[in-house]
Design a protein around this ligand. Structure first.
Ligand code: 16G
Ligand code: ZN
Length: 535
């Protein structure tokens, strides 16, 4: 097999002098320097599958919300989770091997070290977003898979969460944990049916305008709509905008979840009226944020924190109304970017526990797994809800004592079906939000009025070497460079309800500074002061 690996690697030589890292979002950088990485990811995926005795491993080619000229790749574990951390390190080492011979040697070293039987089958399922570089990079990946003699299924264009879904389905097919049909159609059927059942006759008010970021999410949502009840059937009136995937250079440009969240404004192309619900997906449709114009025409954002609070309160009520409150506890997981007002609302109004973890889905997901029901969302709109095995069983086996309990239990069960538990999924999340709003008979204004966000500011600071910034306490405090945290603390104390932190980005060569305070002026000022300190 070594010869085949050497051949494959030779076709896509690694550029000199570049250092690749498998970070929080896999490998992600300019697409033009990713060929060698893709081939090697193919080899790693094959090894990972063989290590798991031929379980299906996913490979997604995407750079999410990054600009059109970027691309990236990440690996998906058999149940649809993020790649095991140990394997992130192996991937990084593999990507940085200089010669084809070293690559082949390292392949065998991994096999020896992890006692991987190279005669085991290797099965890999691949998909990509709509970036122009995707087809070329797919070719590089397939060369790697061929070199490792791996079997593969190519699903063409999918959203990242759809790929996670397919991977989970393939590995659970025919078991008691079967997740669904391992096809794109299976995805639409599952979530379409769950949406209808979870609505349980409640009709969504008004319409929803969805900005697809000119990425893969737009066409996939249009497909999903075919499986949803129509407006006439009591369903949702959805308008898809920014769904131009024919022009890949428009991906994430002046639209999409990241644009809306970072700039705290609607895409300039938005034409909706006051109180019309809108949401934006990111380039691979694993994030969603909501927003609307209030009656005074002012832009209002309903971000990941808002989705988390909305969903946690809804599930809390359903659990209680089903007669399960004594058996099932809900926990909410956030990162340091969660608005202080959101954290306070969950703790004081919803009376639920809040955990804070470092940025990155794997940390949040892991923390959410410690709860019966774990609701996790990043403020940027990435998140989902996960139910422990025993909680799922408890809900499935529970016998309602009266019609009220039965009603709540039915909705709870369909809501579980509607949630993509493998990973945060913009399409599933938006259907979930719509179900909650329909049940509560809420428009965006009612949703917004549950609490008032503290004004905040997020800044990006370019520094000489971001690796010197080391954090503790879920990234809320700096331990290095020495003395910097003390200076930040001094500035924070000067403003009302101030909070601020600085952390090295995991996806860009920069340090991010977050600040919040009682007034916008104070938040902006605090962000500026802290940026000056870390510069
Ligand atoms: C990655 C993470 C996302 C996080 C973002 C932060 C995953 C799948 N994605 O996109 O959760 O919010 O990085 O970026 O974990 P930053 O480190 O540049 O701030
Ligand atoms: Zn994304």
């Amino acid at each position: 097999m070594s010869d085949a690996i050497i051949e494959a690697t030779k076709k896509h030589p690694a550029p000199e002098g570049l250092l690749y890292t498998y970070g929080t979002a896999g490998f992600r950088t300019k697409a033009e320097v990713l060929d060698s990485v893709l081939t090697r990811v193919g080899l790693i995926a094959a090894l990972r599958s063989r290590a798991l005795k031929g379980k299906w491993i996913g490979v997604m080619i995407t750079a999410s919300h990054n600009p059109p000229e970027d691309n990236g790749v990440k690996l998906v574990e058999p149940l649809g989770n993020m790649l095991k951390e140990e394997w992130e390190v192996l991937s990084t080492t593999m990507a940085n091997k200089a010669t084809p011979e070293e690559v082949a040697q390292y392949y065998n070293e991994i096999a020896t070290k992890y006692k991987i039987d190279l005669k085991e089958p290797a099965r890999v399922v691949v998909a990509r977003d709509t970036r122009a570089s995707g087809a070329r990079l797919l070719g590089c990946l397939l060369d790697g898979l061929k070199g490792a003699n791996a079997e593969h299924k190519d699903f063409g264009f999918l959203t990242t969460p759809q790929l996670h879904y397919v991977v989970r389905c393939l590995n659970t097919e025919g078991t008691s944990e079967a997740y669904g049909e391992p096809t794109e159609k299976g995805y639409y059927e599952k979530f379409g049916a769950a949406f209808k059942n979870a609505l349980k006759g409640k009709k969504p008010q008004g319409s929803l305008t969805v900005d697809g970021a000119n990425g893969v999410g737009g066409p996939k949502l249009k497909e999903l709509i075919k499986y949803l009840p129509t407006k006439e059937e009591g369903g949702l009136d959805i308008h898809v905008v920014n769904d131009n995937v024919i022009k890949p250079e428009s991906l994430n440009v002046d639209c999409g979840a990241d644009y809306v969240k970072t700039n705290q404004r609607a895409p300039p192309s938005s034409k909706v009226g006051p109180l019309d619900r809108c949401c934006s997906l990111d380039g691979d449709a694993d994030r969603v944020v909501y927003y609307f114009k209030d009656e005074g025409g002012v832009f209002r954002l309903l971000d990941g924190d808002r989705i988390a609070t909305l969903v946690a309160s809804f599930l809390g009520k359903l659990v209680e109304q089903s007669g399960l409150a004594a058996k099932i506890k809900i926990g909410v997981v956030q990162t340091a970017y969660a608005n202080g007002a959101a954290t306070k609302y969950v703790q004081e109004n919803l009376k639920l526990r809040v955990d804070c973890t470092p940025t990155g889905v794997k940390y949040l997901h892991h923390a959410a797994e410690t709860h019966d029901i774990g609701v996790y969302f990043e403020a940027n709109g990435h998140g989902t809800v996960i139910f422990s095995r025993s909680t799922t069983d408890t809900i499935a086996e529970h016998e309602p004592r009266n019609p009220g309990q039965k009603e709540a239990l039915d909705v709870l069960r369909s809501t579980i079906e509607l949630i993509n538990q493998a990973v945060g999924d913009a399409l599933s999340d938006l259907l979930l939000v719509e179900v909650v709003l329909a049940h509560k008979s809420w428009g965006p204004q009612e949703w917004l009025s549950t609490y008032t966000d503290l004004p905040n500011k997020l800044s990006k600071v370019i520094v000489g070497d971001r690796r010197i910034f080391q954090t503790t306490d879920a990234e809320r405090r700096l331990v290095k460079p020495e003395g910097v945290q003390k200076k930040i603390d001094q500035e924070v104390q000067k403003v009302h309800q101030g909070r601020s932190f600085a952390r090295a980005s995991g996806t860009e060569d920069a340090v991010r500074v977050y600040a919040e305070a009682l007034t916008k002026a104070e938040a902006d000022d605090l962000a500026r002061k802290v940026s000056d300190i870390v510069k």
